[in-house]
Design a protein around this ligand. Structure first.
Ligand code: HSE
Length: 413
């Protein structure tokens, strides 16, 4: 018999209780034991639910209940989630979470605490919502050296970009629609500025490469600067713009990691992942490319991942099965300016020699076209360039009144 507590009764927390009840018989069969949600922590009142008697406002009621062996933390945010998770692990309770902010900031520490206390810390729901990705990476792909991992990791921004690409809808209007449909948060900054995707690629990179990658060390760009003009030029190039979180192993033992909008060719497996769906491409040295696709957010898909971790934790009770990675505060993620990559660049200039000057500075470029292109605007794609050197060249061009309107990296997935 496993008794479970749920910290937080928001969208995901209520979904966890719902899935635990709705799928009780299948869950118990998989777990090989009876499973019951015993307590739910939330400061709000929830009268009239069939399980209203399970609510408590006092975390100590859960911490000090020795019957509770698994705690699902679905509150979000780092504090007090971190303190609550740590206290539970130290009390011999396994913790499962959907909280990417917590795992990206404190994953190494919580994994070490779990190991020390012979319990588990699982977080399948923290990346890709209902898409299985953490356990497949840890178990099914463990025979591979992961060369690279890249994904569309944020549903809100993918919905916005889909509207921009397929319906020519301006960014502001698409964002408003995402908010109306309940995809974006009221304050959608973490989504549109790329922070949410950054936390998720940090978790994946830590898992793939064995050392904690902290969000502060990952260069992150969101989609707020993108325009329909950029979308049109991407179409002429033969692709689409997607917000991509990526991490790559380097020969010198470091990793490169970044979140940015990118040109993706139409024949890429990531190009047709639309609306609020997520897709994650894992490039293994034995498997080649493997792509995981599905609903990256939402009540029941996310709850599905949380409950699968609850089952795993109940089955593993008394052992510490958690995957693990080392903490790492050294300079492990390479400065993005030291990386070489190809670019799309959009300029405006009234100088009749502007195109020649760009070619003189950047070497071979390919010109792109769009409908209604003003005479003083032009867009190019470059060959692979060093990003630091490119920034310097763009500075010099701007001093010659060749103004940069857009800069987007080109990826080859
Ligand atoms: N805001 C996130 C998204 C929720 O849009 O993907 C899931 O992490």
């Amino acid at each position: 018999m496993a008794k479970v507590a749920v910290l937080g009764h928001g969208v995901v927390g209520s979904g966890v209780v719902e899935v635990m009840q709705k799928n009780k018989s299948v869950i118990e069969k998989k777990a090989g034991q009876t499973m019951e949600v015993k307590r739910i922590l939330d400061l709000r009142e929830f009268p009239g639910l069939p399980y209203s008697d399970k609510f408590t406002k006092d975390f100590q009621d859960i911490l000090n209940d020795d019957e509770i062996s698994v705690v699902a933390e679905v509150m979000g945010g780092t504090h007090p989630a971190f303190e609550f998770a740590t206290a539970c692990l130290e009390k011999g309770k396994s913790v499962v979470t959907s909280n990417k902010e917590l795992v990206a900031a404190k994953g190494a520490e919580l994994l070490a605490t779990a190991r020390k206390n012979n319990v588990n810390f699982f977080f399948e729901a923290s990346v890709g919502g209902g898409i299985p990705i953490i356990q497949p990476l840890h178990l099914c792909l463990s025979a591979n050296r992961i060369e690279e991992i890249a994904g569309i990791l944020n549903g809100t921004t993918n919905f916005i970009l889909t509207k921009m690409i397929h319906e020519n809808m301006p960014f502001d209007q698409a964002l408003k629609l995402a908010q109306e449909l309940g995809y974006a948060e009221k304050d959608p900054t973490a989504d549109i500025e790329g922070h949410d995707a950054c936390r998720k690629i940090c978790i994946l990179a830590s898992l793939c490469y064995g050392k904690h990658v902290y969000p502060e060390s990952v260069h992150t760009e969101g989609i707020t600067g993108l325009t329909l003009e950029d979308v049109a030029y991407a179409g002429d190039w033969g692709g689409v713009i997607k917000l991509i979180g990526r991490a790559k192993r380097l020969e010198n033992g470091m990793v490169s990691a970044m979140v940015c909008p990118a040109f993706i060719p139409n024949d890429s497996q990531l190009a047709n992942i639309n609306d609020v769906f997520n897709g994650i491409l894992v490039r293994g040295n034995a498997t080649g490319d493997v792509v995981f696709y599905g609903k990256g957010a939402g009540k029941l898909p996310t709850a599905s991942a949380v409950v699968s971790d609850i089952i795993a934790a109940a089955k593993a009770h008394g052992t510490s099965n958690s995957l693990t990675w080392a903490d790492c505060h050294e300079d492990y993620v390479i400065d993005y300016k030291k990386c070489d990559i190809a670019f799309y660049l959009r300029f405006v200039s009234n100088d009749p020699n502007a195109k020649a000057k760009v070619q003189a500075k950047l070497g071979t470029v390919h010109f792109l076209n769009r409908d209604d292109q003003p005479v003083n605007e032009f867009a190019v794609t470059t060959e692979t360039l060093n990003e630091g050197a490119l920034e310097q060249a763009l500075d010099e061009l701007s001093k010659e009144n060749i103004k940069l309107l857009g800069k987007i990296r080109i990826l080859d997935y």
